[in-house]
Design a protein around this ligand. Structure first.
Ligand code: TTP
Ligand code: MG
Ligand code: MG
Length: 382
C-alpha cells in the first residue's frame, strides 16, 4: 500500500450497482436466481441493456450487444423487457441510503454515485456499512465500490471489485497497477483517441506519460484536450463531488445563420430538434408531461408556448407533433432567429447530469460522454 487513506488529500468513493436492471428483475422473481437473465428490447434492432453475471460468464453477453446475438448465443436464457419505473424506484431506494449516510453525494445516472468521504475516520468502514444497508433496504441488491483519491480513480477502482466488491486504491498504486494498461482504460479516453495515441506510439499509459510532454499533447490535441490528456495519463483529477441537483427541464435549440421566415423550413427544423431532445431524454431516462417551444424573432422578441400531455413522455412521435402544433398555432409574424423545443415536468428526477471530464478530446463525439461509458444508455422496447 503506497499510502493510507487517512493521508490522502481527498477520499472519494464511486458506487455502482451490479447488473442493475437484471438484479432488480431477480429481486421480484427469485425463482430465476442462478439462471442467465438478459434484459433487452424485443424489436429487430433491440440491444441488451444488461445481462446477469451468469449470462456474462456463460456466453460473454454484455450491454449494447444486439439482442439477436444474445439470443443466438444463449437461446435458453431468460429474456425480459425493461421495466423502467421499477428501475427508477430501486434507484431511489439506493440513493436514499447514500444521502442518509453521507453529506456530499453526486448521483450520476440510475445506478451509480460519487461520495465525498474526505475527513471521515474510516471511509472503508463507512462504505462497507452503506453497501450492507443497501442490500438490506433493497432486499438483496449488491453494489461495487471503489475508494480512491479522485473521482477518476474511484470510478476505475469500483470496476475492479465487481460484483459486490470494495476496493481501495491510492493514485500511486493505480499508476503501478495500470502502468502497462491502455490509455483507453481511463474514463473519457474513447476508442477514437486510443487509436490516435496508438498511431503516436503511446499504447500504454506509461508510454503516454514518458513519450509525450504536455506541450506536445497540447499542440496535437489543442490546449484544453491536450492538458486534459496530460492529467488523465497521470491519473490526476481534481473535479469536485457536487451534490446533484434535480434536472427541471431539458431543451434543444438552434440559432439560424440567417433568419428564417418560411414556416415549412421552421417545421422541419423543429422536427429535428424534437428528435434530438428525445434522444437525450431517453439517454437520461427522463420523461416529461410539458412540451414547449421557444421562438426568438429577428427583433429579439421571445415567445414561449407550451402544452401538457396526459402521460409523461420522451417519445419523438409524441413530442414532435405537439411542438409542431404549437409552432403552427403561433405562426411567427416575423423571421425567426432562434427556435427551440423543451420538455419539462418530469415524472420525478432520475439522476443528474452525469458528465465529468467533459474536456476530453472525445467530449463532443459519441465516445466521450459520461466518463467513457457506452453512449447507448437505454434501449427502449420497440
Ligand atoms: P452499468 O452500471 O454500466 O451496468 P450494470 O449495472 O448492468 O452492470 P455492472 O455490474 O457491470 O455495473 O449500467 C447500469 C444500467 O444501465 C444497466 O443495468 C442497464 C442500463 N444500461 C443500458 O441500458 N445500456 C447500456 O449500454 C449500459 C452500459 C447500461
Ligand atoms: Mg452497474
Ligand atoms: Mg453504472
Amino acid at each position: 500500500m503506497a499510502s493510507e487513506v487517512k493521508d490522502w488529500p481527498r477520499a472519494i468513493a464511486h458506487l455502482d450497482m451490479d447488473a442493475f436492471y437484471a438484479s432488480v428483475e431477480l429481486r421480484r422473481r427469485p425463482e430465476l436466481r442462478g439462471k442467465p437473465v438478459i434484459v433487452c428490447g424485443s424489436g429487430p434492432r433491440a440491444v441488451v441493456t444488461t445481462a446477469s453475471y451468469e449470462a456474462r460468464k456463460l456466453a460473454g453477453i454484455h450491454s449494447a450487444m444486439p439482442a439477436a446475438t444474445a439470443r443466438r448465443r444463449l437461446p435458453d436464457a431468460v429474456y425480459l423487457t425493461p421495466d423502467f419505473p421499477a428501475y427508477r424506484e430501486a434507484s431511489e431506494e439506493v440513493m436514499e441510503v447514500l444521502r442518509s449516510n453521507v453529506e456530499t453525494v453526486e448521483v450520476v445516472g440510475l445506478d451509480e454515485a460519487y461520495l465525498d468521504l474526505t475527513g471521515l475516520f474510516s471511509p472503508k468502514a463507512t462504505m462497507r456499512r452503506i453497501a450492507a444497508e443497501i442490500r438490506e433496504v433493497t432486499g438483496g441488491l449488491t453494489c461495487s465500490v471503489g475508494i480512491s483519491e479522485s473521482r477518476l480513480l474511484a470510478k476505475i477502482t469500483s470496476e475492479l471489485g465487481k460484483p459486490a466488491g470494495l476496493v481501495v486504491l491510492s493514485r500511486e498504486d493505480g499508476l503501478a497497477r495500470f502502468a502497462e494498461g491502455s490509455p483507453g482504460l481511463v474514463p473519457g479516453i474513447g476508442p477514437k483517441t486510443v487509436r490516435r495515441l496508438e498511431e503516436m506510439g503511446a499504447t500504454t499509459l506509461t508510454q503516454l506519460r514518458e513519450r509525450w510532454s504536455r506541450e506536445e499533447l497540447e499542440a496535437r490535441f489543442g490546449p484544453r484536450s491536450g492538458a486534459w490528456l496530460y492529467h488523465r495519463a497521470r491519473l490526476e483529477d481534481n473535479t469536485p463531488v457536487t451534490t446533484s441537483r434535480e434536472i427541471k427541464s431539458q431543451s434543444a435549440e438552434t440559432t439560424f445563420d440567417h433568419d428564417v421566415a418560411d414556416l415549412g423550413q421552421l417545421e422541419r427544423q423543429l422536427g429535428e430538434l424534437a428528435e434530438e431532445l428525445c434522444r437525450r431524454l431517453r439517454k437520461r431516462d427522463l420523461r416529461g408531461r410539458s412540451i414547449g417551444i421557444k421562438v426568438r424573432l429577428d427583433d429579439w422578441t421571445n415567445v414561449s408556448r407550451s402544452h401538457s400531455v396526459a402521460e409523461a413522455t420522451n417519445d419523438p412521435e409524441v413530442v414532435r407533433p405537439v411542438a409542431l402544433d404549437l409552432l403552427r398555432a403561433y405562426d411567427p409574424p416575423r423571421p425567426v432567429r432562434l427556435l427551440g423545443v423543451r420538455v419539462a415536468s418530469f415524472e420525478h428526477d432520475a439522476g443528474a447530469e452525469g458528465r465529468t471530464g467533459a474536456d476530453g478530446p472525445d467530449a463532443d463525439d459519441a465516445e466521450g460522454e459520461g466518463e467513457g461509458e457506452p453512449q447507448l444508455r437505454l434501449s427502449l422496447p420497440s
